[in-house]
Design a protein around this ligand. Structure first.
Ligand SMILES: O=C(O)C(=O)C[C@]1(C(=O)O)C=C[C@@H](O)C=C1
Length: 384
């Protein structure tokens, strides 16, 4: 047979497979109707095991590959059935009620920023909100507490840096408080070494900053031969070294913070990577989805079974969703089990997207929709 002839043969087999696939899905629809009447759950682990073990044996050498195909078909079958049974309705209602005007048009919002005045989060808040009434929180947890108590409507915090990775504490707090991400901005971050007047690079013995900033500037700090010391935030470190007025102690912070607290800049652009960049998010108790929302964040756990993460992710690939981040964090109350954070490009109002999310919200042991928001990229140089 020539290549063309074999391809014709494949086309003809595919036609038959397609029509059998449609028949199988029609059968799944009939199953759903019975399950609706009898109140049985969509997922039946025992039945799936029976199907897979039969397929595995009947397909001989191709057993494991056939199992992948049939497992995928049963995933599709369950997704159809959930749709018929109205699964994931709480998520649909949440998304339907979240439509709102762009946050950038909102004036005078109460916004809690991480750090002190002059922090990078302060600069991010200025990008995201107009004439916000700002308050400053020394710790990440204080930002969440301010929102929880109603002292703030929104909070602005860093979640991820291009050099040092995720700010894991923020991810853990997001799960604990069940808040939503309503906006995001990516900003270039240019750190400087600042110290009280009279200090020079030669007098510095200790460098204070947030662990993320110390990591981002690790090469500079070690070439200086100074001791890195963790501090609550970059801006608090700048404010504190200014107050101590000790020429042996410096901070890594923004130029704006150095200026605000009367420090001198001993060295500029000290980060390991010149194109260092951080993603900041605005969080809120209430979900807002504005028309330009282009990013979706989720957190979920998966059953402790072979291939379960692969099968969840395969659905995103099949629908052509571009995943921009995946991060796992330990579930603190269970040993060696994990929450997965996923960011992908999309708008939850679209049918395919909502269908997938509703299905996942029904099936996964833990599923939380963290938000659908616009993400801006700031051209500003991370100052303030
Ligand atoms: O047999 C069922 O109960 C079905 O719902 C059908 C089916 C399948 O597609 O084969 C789908 C979901 C169940 O978890 C098991 C099997």
């Amino acid at each position: 047979m020539t290549l063309d002839e074999i391809r014709k043969e494949i086309d003809s087999i595919d036609e038959q497979l397609l029509s059998l696939f449609e028949r199988r899905m029609q059968a799944a629809v009939e199953v759903a109707k019975i399950k609706q009447k009898t109140g049985q759950p969509v997922f039946n682990a025992k039945r799936e095991e029976e199907v897979l073990s039969h397929v595995g044996e009947a397909a001989g050498n191709l057993g494991s590959s056939a199992k992948i195909v049939f497992q995928t078909m049963m995933d599709v079958s369950r997704s159809l059935q959930h749709n018929i049974l109205g699964g994931g309705m709480p998520l649909k209602h949440l998304v339907d009620e979240a439509a709102c005007e762009p946050l950038s048009g909102l004036h005078g919002a109460l916004v809690a920023c991480y750090g002190e005045s002059g922090s990078y989060s302060h600069a991010a808040a200025t990008q995201m909100f107009q004439d916000a009434r700002l308050s400053f929180c020394p710790q990440f947890s204080n930002v969440f507490d301010a929102i929880q108590s109603g002292d703030a409507d929104y909070g602005v915090i860093p979640v991820e840096n291009s050099t040092a990775g995720s700010v894991t504490e923020v991810y853990d707090l997001l799960i604990r408080h069940q808040f939503y991400i309503v906006s995001a901005v990516k900003m270039p971050i240019d750190h400087c070494l600042c110290a009280p007047k009279g200090a020079s690079l030669e007098t510095i013995q200790k460098v204070y900053s947030h662990p993320q900033a110390l990591r981002q500037c690790s090469s500079f700090v070690s070439s200086l031969g100074a001791e890195p010391i963790q501090y609550a935030s970059t801006s608090t470190a700048a404010k504190t070294v200014a107050q101590w007025n000790d020429i042996t102690k410096a901070a890594i912070a923004s130029k704006e913070a150095a200026k605000q607290y009367g420090c001198v800049i001993l060295e500029d652009s000290i980060q390991n990577q010149k194109n260092n960049c951080t993603r900041f998010v605005a969080i809120s108790r209430k979900l807002h989805i504005e028309p330009s929302a282009n990013k979706i964040s989720l957190v979920f756990s998966i059953p402790h079974t072979t291939g379960s993460l692969y099968r969840v992710l395969a659905n995103f690939a099949a629908l052509g969703f571009n995943l921009t981040k995946i991060e796992s964090r330990p579930i603190q109350e269970s040993r060696f089990e994990y929450y997965f954070y996923l960011d992908f490009l999309g708008n939850a109002v679209g049918d395919d997207t909502l269908h997938l999310l509703r299905w996942l919200s029904e099936e996964l042991p833990y599923f939380a929709f963290l938000g659908n928001y616009p993400e801006q990229t700031s051209g500003a140089n991370g100052e303030a």
